[in-house]
Design a protein around this ligand. Structure first.
Ligand code: PLP
Length: 425
C-alpha cells in the first residue's frame, strides 16, 4: 500500500540507513550473510528480541576500531585518552537521554539482565532477609523474575507477584494488597515483551515509596521506542539494553539514584573499579566506575551514543506512534481472521508488539512456515514461562515492530499466517 505519507516517521529514508533490510533470505544458513539461494526479501518482525543497526552506529563502531581503539582509564597515550573521553562522554549522553542527574548514575553493563543481577546482588544480598518481600508482576521477563526469585531464596525474603487480569493489565488492587510495610523492592516491567501492556510504573513506584521500598523498572521494551524520563517515574533503578534500540549487542544500562549506588557494595571486583589496593584491602573508584570492573564495553558504549542520536533525530514520540499504529493494524487484521487468539490489551492500548496463537497451529510450526515466507518472528515463551503457564499455553508467536517496519510487511505476515492455517487446517 502506498501509505508512506501517512506514517509518523519517514520509513523510506529510515530503511535506507539499514542495509540488512535489503537482504534476501530463504537459503542455506550455514554461511551467514546473503548467499545465492537467498531469494525472498526479508520481513523482520522480531525487533523486541533484537533490533537492527543503522549505518551511523556501524560507522561509530568502525571509526572507533579504525581510529582510536585503546583501553580506557589506563593509558597516558593519546589513543587511550581519546577512547577514555569518548567512553566517559557516552555516560553523560545516556544520562541526558533518560533524564538522569549525571554520569554517576549511569552504569554500563552487558545487558538488562546483568543490570538486574547487579542490583539484586549488590543491594539485595546485603539488604534482604526473612520477613522482607520483593514485589514483582506476573508478566516479568525472566531477567527480573528469575533474578529476584533466586535472590529471595538465598536471603529468605518472599517474592510476590501482582496478578495480570484477563485483559492483560495489572490488577492494581492486588498490587495495593501485596505492597506492604515489609516490601523492600518492587521490580516491574515497563512494557511487557509478551502482552504489550504498558504498565503504570510511576504509580507503582509511588506505592513502593509510600512504604519505604525501592523500585526497579525494567525498561528494555520502553526506552527503545518512547520517551522515558527517570525523574518523571522517580524510579530508583531502571535498566535497558543497547541491542533493542539500534545499538550493538553487549551493552546494557543500569540507571540508579546516586545516593543508593554510593551506599551499595560493588557487584564485580577487579581492575578499573578500585582507587587503591593493598594486600589487605581495597578502596573503590568513584561512581560509575565502581560498578564497571575490568575492561568495560568501550566500543559498545560509544556506539550506543550514535544509536541514541539516531533515535532522537527521528523522534521518540514519532517512533512510539509508528509502532503503535503497526501493532494496532496487525491486531485488527489478526482479530478479523476469527481463528487467532491474541494476548494482552486491546489493539489501541499496547506497545508495538502482538503475541498470538493460530488455532490448530503450534507457534513453532507457524514461525517455521513464516520463515519460508521470509517473515522473521519469535516463537516460544519469550522468557515469560510463568506468564505462559498462567495463560494456559505452552508457547506463542510474537510479531514486534520498529521504526523501519511498514503496513505492507504486516500484510506479508498475514499472508504467511493464511498459508500456515491452510496447511495445518
Ligand atoms: C522486558 C524485557 N526485559 C529484559 C530483557 C532482557 O534483555 P537482555 O537479554 O538484553 O538482557 C528483555 C529481552 O528480551 C525484555 O524484553
Amino acid at each position: 500500500m502506498g501509505a508512506q505519507e501517512s506514517y509518523p516517521v519517514d520509513v523510506e529514508a529510515i530503511r535506507a540507513d539499514f542495509p540488512i533490510l535489503e537482504r534476501k533470505v530463504g537459503g542455506d544458513v550455514t554461511t551467514p550473510g546473503e548467499g545465492p539461494d537467498d531469494t525472498e526479501p526479508l520481513v523482520y518482525l522480531d525487533n523486541a528480541a533484537t533490533s537492527h543497526t543503522p549505518e551511523p552506529v556501524v560507522e561509530a563502531i568502525t571509526d572507533y576500531y579504525r581510529g582510536y581503539n585503546s583501553n580506557v582509564h589506563r593509558g597516558i597515550h593519546q589513543l587511550s585518552q581519546e577512547a577514555s573521553v569518548a567512553y566517559e562522554q557516552a555516560h553523560d549522553r545516556v544520562a541526558e537521554f533518560i533524564g538522569a542527574e549525571g554520569r554517576e548514575e549511569i552504569i554500563f553493563t552487558k545487558n538488562t539482565t546483568e543490570a538486574e543481577n547487579l542490583v539484586a546482588y549488590a543491594w539485595g544480598l546485603n539488604e534482604l532477609g526473612p520477613g522482607d518481600n520483593v514485589v514483582l508482576t506476573q508478566m516479568e521477563h525472566h531477567a527480573s523474575l528469575v533474578t529476584w526469585q533466586q535472590l529471595c531464596k538465598k536471603t529468605g525474603a518472599e517474592a510476590r507477584f501482582i496478578r495480570v487480569d484477563e485483559d492483560g493489565y495489572l490488577d492494581m488492587d492486588h498490587a495495593a494488597e501485596l505492597i506492604d510495610e515489609d516490601t523492600r523492592m518492587i521490580s516491574v516491567v515497563h512494557v511487557s515483551n509478551t502482552l504489550g501492556t504498558v504498565n503504570p510504573v510511576a504509580e507503582l513506584t509511588a506505592m513502593a515509596h509510600e512504604v519505604g521500598a525501592y523500585s526497579f523498572v525494567d525498561a528494555a521494551q520502553s526506552v527503545p521506542n518512547r520517551p522515558v524520563d527517570v525523574g518523571e517515574i522517580d524510579a530508583d533503578f531502571l535498566a535497558f539494553s543497547g541491542h533493542k534500540m539500534l545499538g550493538p549487542t553487549g551493552i546494557g544500562v543500569l540507571y540508579g539514584k546516586q545516593h543508593l549506588l554510593e551506599e551499595m557494595e560493588p557487584y564485580l571486583y577487579g581492575g578499573e573499579m578500585i582507587r587503591r589496593v593493598t594486600y589487605e584491602d581495597a578502596e573503590w573508584e568513584d561512581l560509575p566506575w565502581k560498578f564497571e570492573a575490568g575492561t568495560p564495553v568501550i566500543e559498545q558504549g560509544i556506539a550506543l551514543v550514535a544509536a541514541i542520536d539516531y533515535l532522537e533525530d527521528v523522534g521518540l514520540e514519532a517512533i512510539q506512534t509508528h509502532e503503535e499504529l503497526l501493532a494496532e493494524y496487525a491486531h485488527g487484521r489478526l482479530t478479523e481472521r476469527g481463528d487467532v487468539e491474541i494476548y494482552g490489551p486491546p489493539g489501541d492500548d499496547r506497545g508495538g508488539l502482538v503475541a498470538f496463537n493460530v488455532e490448530g497451529v503450534h507457534a513453532h510450526d507457524l514461525s517455521s512456515i513464516l520463515n519460508d515466507y521470509a517473515v522473521a518472528i519469535r516463537a516460544g515463551d519469550h522468557c515469560t514461562q510463568p506468564l505462559h503457564d498462567t495463560l494456559g499455553i505452552a508457547a506463542s508467536a510474537r510479531a514486534s515492530f520498529y521504526l523501519y517496519n511498514t503496513k505492507a510487511e504486516v500484510d506479508k505476515l498475514l499472508e504467511a499466517v493464511d498459508a500456515a492455517a491452510e496447511l495445518f487446517g
